[in-house]
Design a protein around this ligand. Sequence first.
Ligand SMILES: C[S@@+](CC[C@H](N)C(=O)[O-])C[C@H]1O[C@@H](n2cnc3c(N)ncnc32)[C@H](O)[C@@H]1O
Length: 244
Amino acid sequence: MNFSERLGIFLQRTVWQRRVGSWEHEASPGLERVIEAVVAIASVGSEDRVVDLGCGSGQVALEVAPFAKSVLGVDISGRMVDRMLERARLERMDNVSGRVSALETLSLPQGEASVIVSNYVLHHLSDASKAKVVKLCFNWLEPGGRLVIGDMMFGRGATSSDRQVIAGKIKLLASKGVGGYWRIAKNAIRYLFRVQEKPVSRERWLAMFADAGFEAIDSSPVVAEASVVFGRKPQAGSATGSGG
Ligand SMILES: C[S@@+](CC[C@H](N)C(=O)[O-])C[C@H]1O[C@@H](n2cnc3c(N)ncnc32)[C@H](O)[C@@H]1O
């Protein structure tokens, strides 16, 4: 891992250690819809062993836990994981466990999960790390396992749909007055210099799933900036799997 990747992990951990309370309060109707879509598309059942990558304080993990055999939430922030486990205890969910780790350095046994979900996390990773994590997910899934990723998915303005999403975000923030203008400036810097926000287009996500060997790849736009991408690891013996 090079210096800039290590620095990126340090910065993400520092930022998210401080945002446990604020993230829970910032949840927007748009984000709720993306969480609902991830949960619906994952379609978790009583035999599923679920891993939630970048679980936060359990926004997806605790939604699927009542239906799952087990849920492991992984997050770079120990405070996020603690909060998720506290919420699980309060809800008497004893099938939820947590792991503190950056996704860039996460190691899990092969075939550990039948479902892997991740919501609004992977745009924080470099493009190389996104592709690496998708390939690792292929390896961590059992044959037939599903990967469901919800995230902001748009490029840097090369297509008209990118430009529509960016213009919509600017309009929404501008309608919030001075605070909104400050956030436009902050987001523009992050986005242009790819400091904390590094989204890529839905097409790029579909290509990453295909490269990793997933089949039945599908995507659903949910709100203007966000989509959910689905892929299934081929059953053992199927000709289409790359094996990760
Ligand atoms: C925007 S929040 C999303 C939380 C939750 N998944 C949700 O749907 O609300 C991003 C989460 O990703 C975690 N995160 C950011 N970078 C990460 C990384 N490199 N490895 C693991 N977790 C990371 C943060 O700590 C934070 O909990």
